[in-house]
Design a protein. Structure first.
Length: 204
């Protein structure tokens, strides 16, 4: 493959990968390297060449996705720390980002003395993370509820009225599938982080 063809194919791979503009340069270099590695030698059959190109394309996408996840995680914590005023180190001890989902990492028993308190802590952490770390507006209420279920503190009978409904900074949006924030989200989010870190153990 000549140089112009190599560069053309590498750029096509970058465009098809859908990575953000900020990652185009890194993805382009990875694509060029993969194409050189996997198309530098001669193939005995056309099918073999096609298979090697397909594998190269898969590796390009995998590398681009890994780069994007890394950048998004750093951006997530940096943006959330800036918006909330909570130190990034504290946020990383409490939250994790996986596949676009915000997860609460401390054990459920540390999130509150009762199932109700635990659920409110998870809601504040995840909804705050999705809104101000991922920039999700309105917040995906299903994703928040799924995390409450994952942490084993979901109470269907009381969730809407006494858990989400008890919060001042996070309210139901235009439908049950949406959550919106108010100016009071910062205080509730910071308190939830402190609870998850065990700093509220003596408080009722």
């Amino acid at each position: 493959m000549d140089t112009s063809e190599l560069l053309r194919r590498a750029w096509e791979a970058v465009e098809q990968s859908g990575v953000p503009d900020s990652l185009h340069e890194a993805a382009f270099r990875a694509a060029v390297e993969d194409l050189r590695t996997n198309n530098g030698g001669s193939s005995s059959t056309g099918k073999r060449q096609q298979g090697r190109r397909a594998k190269a394309g898969t590796r390009q996408n995998d590398a681009a996705e890994q780069a994007m996840v890394s950048v998004e995680e750093d951006t997530f914590f940096a943006d959330l720390a800036h918006e909330s005023g909570v130190p990034e180190a504290d946020l990383r001890d409490v939250l994790s980002l996986s596949g676009g989902n915000v997860h609460v990492t401390p054990p459920t028993r540390k999130l509150g003395a009762s199932k109700s308190e635990q659920a409110k802590t998870v809601i504040a952490l995840v909804a705050g993370g999705r809104a101000f770390g991922l920039g999700e507006r309105p917040i995906n209420a299903t994703a928040v509820r799924d995390e409450v279920k994952r942490k084993n503190c979901y109470d269907q009978a009381n969730y809407a009225t006494k858990h989400l409904g008890a919060l001042d900074g996070f309210n139901r949006g235009g439908s049950s599938a949406e959550i919106v924030t108010t100016s009071k989200w910062v205080g509730e989010f910071a308190a939830a982080v402190a609870q998850a870190l065990g700093r509220n153990e003596n408080q009722t």
